[in-house]
Write a protein that binds this ligand. Structure first.
Ligand code: GDP
Length: 332
């Protein structure tokens, strides 16, 4: 076994796949927990499965659901990770209003179950909980930092607030190296297609290729603090390399509107977004947290972490990726 062994929940997701690449590059043995679902989406790890020098040599996958602590315990005991990254969980805010109980079961209690298992290990690993700006709900202060009080206004945010506070409690009461990465929106070409950045980048690419004409969106004045997922997983890894455990806001500290997102994406492919966007009330949110802006000062100074791309570069790389994917499938 190599000296650094990581266990990741949510390994097949956007962040899990980038983190896996980063850890493999740094010589880790990586283990991932995957859900026992028959329609498992694993495309983000496809290139790693295909690499015979990696799959089942330095990268291993194990079936385990977050509501199955017996199996998780067995895997943790067998693998003995030195670092545990907990990225899994139902993360759609809107959906959490429809399925609050299962959201809380996986996101809140699922995290607690993992912490209990780790606490019981003879050598508990360092633990990173991927928390969310949803814990702040509709904040009264802007920007938010590590000391901003939690005030969630969605079942997802409430579940995340529970898991975040528990992570702190385990750190303080049991002296464990447990950390919260309080993540603001982070995007990439691997972002799910129902999130607005990816919806826009895909639409710009498809409209440019003549495959689509219109794009339906909700509130164009809504604003978010959008960063690049690859940068955020680098910060998560840095958090576990510090001398002391702590919580960190991961954000850019800059807010942009959907209108600015559209302008940047469509400009990049020489299109005018006003010719294609249709407002559809179905995509509007009842109460949208417009003051969501993170203060990444602590991550800058303590982790020496800086984002590698700015907002425009992030949007452009997403549009470029979708244009290339469309071109590749057309010529295949
Ligand atoms: P969220 O911040 O986790 O909810 O990430 P999303 O990417 O789903 O939404 C970001 C913002 O885009 C929110 O303020 C939405 O109200 C706004 N938005 C506007 N139109 C759309 C749309 O068509 N789809 C989505 N997902 N969001 C939209």
């Amino acid at each position: 076994m190599s000296s650094n062994t990581a266990l990741i929940t949510g390994i097949t997701g956007q962040d899990g796949s980038y983190l896996t690449e980063l850890l493999l590059e740094n010589g880790y043995e990586v283990h991932g927990l995957v859900r026992r679902s028959s329609t498992m989406e694993r495309s983000r790890l496809k290139h790693l499965y295909a690499d015979e020098s990696v799959y089942n040599k330095r990268l291993f996958l194990h079936y385990a659901d977050l509501d199955d602590p017996t199996t998780i315990r067995r895997i943790v005991t067998r693998v003995q990770p030195t670092e545990f990254y907990h990225l899994a969980g139902q993360s759609h805010v809107g959906l959490s209003f429809d399925i609050p109980e299962s959201t809380c079961d996986t996101t809140a209690i699922g995290t607690l179950r993992i912490m209990e298992i780790l606490r019981d290990q003879p050598q508990p690993p360092r633990f990173l909980h991927a928390s969310s700006r949803e814990i702040f709900g509709t904040p009264t202060v802007s920007p938010q930092d590590e000391s901003t009080p939690v005030n969630p206004n969605s079942p997802y945010g409430c579940a995340k607030a529970f898991a975040t506070q528990m992570t702190k409690i385990y750190r303080e009461a049991h002296g464990l190296f447990f950390c919260n990465a309080i993540c603001y929106n982070h995007e990439s070409p691997r972002r799910g297609e129902n999130f607005v950045t990816r919806k826009v980048s895909l639409a710009a690419a498809k409209i440019k290729a003549g495959l689509q004409n219109n794009l339906s969106l909700g509130d164009l004045d809504a604003a978010r603090d959008w960063g690049y997922a690859k940068d955020y997983v680098r910060a998560m890894w840095l958090m576990l390399q510090q001398d002391t455990a702590g919580d960190f806001v991961l954000a850019t500290g800059k807010s942009h509107t959907i209108r600015q997102l559209l302008q940047t994406a469509f400009d990049h492919v020489d299109l005018n977004w006003q010719d294609h966007v249709i407002i559809d009330d179905r995509f509007k949110r009842p109460a949208d947290a417009c003051q969501l802006l993170g203060d990444p000062e602590k991550a800058h100074t303590t982790l020496n972490w800086q984002p590698s791309v700015n907002f425009a570069e992030l949007v452009q790389l997403m549009v470029d990726h979708d244009c290339q994917a469309i071109h590749a499938s057309a010529t295949a």
